[in-house]
Design a protein around this ligand. Structure first.
Ligand SMILES: [Zn+2]
Length: 247
């Protein structure tokens, strides 16, 4: 099991380095498959040897082999994040269908988060991808379809109403929690929202105390992604724990 866990982690970091390509090129409308990776400073193509996830970054001490300009820390961070999230999915689900849906979900959430941080937008193709995962989940797992249909509406409808009266929430956030809600079922969707609200709220208070503009705090997508990720992994346990606080 330790060996499989390590293998899953490494596979996660390899996928993570591919996500870096997607995160960088998709908003710039560059091709994801045809072009070789190159240094954004000197345009030198990156050698295969220097594309080993995490390891290359450490060996190169975070600098381009050709021009020695600094490589952003976000590249190894995305690889590490991918490796860890794949590993957590394996530890929770072993090699079952929910594991494969889980790593696909984690991958999408990581890409959404990074692109949302860069551009404040969530591309619709990722919403469609989560919808497809939800359909696969519902039809392969022994679930109550009603729970998942309610999950689609339970947070997205209040979000939609909030969006109508204020400008605080984007359409991307609403679609994201609707699609994720269909996948998670309404209980875990509620957990996802709670995590997003608490973590996002704490960070917003922190930013306000720092005297930063409120605008940064409004990007809710990354918090939703965080919430959805942990709700998928531990939703029911977290809900039991949360409810036990009130009894
Ligand atoms: Zn360079």
């Amino acid at each position: 099991m330790l060996m499989i866990g390590l293998f899953v982690f490494i596979v996660g970091t390899i996928f993570g380095s591919f996500f870096n390509v997607v995160i960088y090129r998709l908003p710039r409308k560059e091709s994801i498959t045809t072009q070789r990776s190159h240094c954004p400073h000197c345009q030198a193509p990156i050698k295969a040897l220097d594309l080993i996830p995490l390891v290359s970054f450490v060996l190169l001490k975070g600098r381009c082999r050709n021009c020695h300009s600094k490589i952003s820390l976000r590249y190894p961070l995305v690889e590490l994040l991918s490796g860890i999230s794949y590993l957590l999915m394996y530890l929770q689900f072993k090699l079952t269908i929910p594991f494969f849906i889980g790593i696909a979900l984690a991958s999408i959430l990581i890409i959404i988060t990074m692109i949302d941080l860069d551009t404040m937008e969530i591309n619709d193709r990722f919403q469609v991808a989560i919808f497809v995962l939800a359909i696969i989940y519902i039809f392969t797992q022994d679930v109550n379809i009603m729970d998942h249909l309610i999950g689609f509406f339970i947070i997205s409808v209040p979000f939609y109403i909030i969006a109508l009266v204020s400008n605080g929430l984007g359409g991307g956030d609403i679609k994201l929690i609707a699609m994720a809600g269909l996948l998670l079922g309404y209980r875990a969707t509620f957990v996802a929202f709670l995590i997003a609200a608490v973590v996002g709220g704490v960070y917003a208070i922190y930013l306000l105390k720092q005297g930063k503009s409120q605008k940064q705090a409004i990007a809710f997508g990354p918090y939703l992604c965080l919430g959805i990720f942990f709700a998928y992994l531990y939703g029911n346990q977290l809900l039991d724990w949360y409810l036990s606080l009130f009894i």
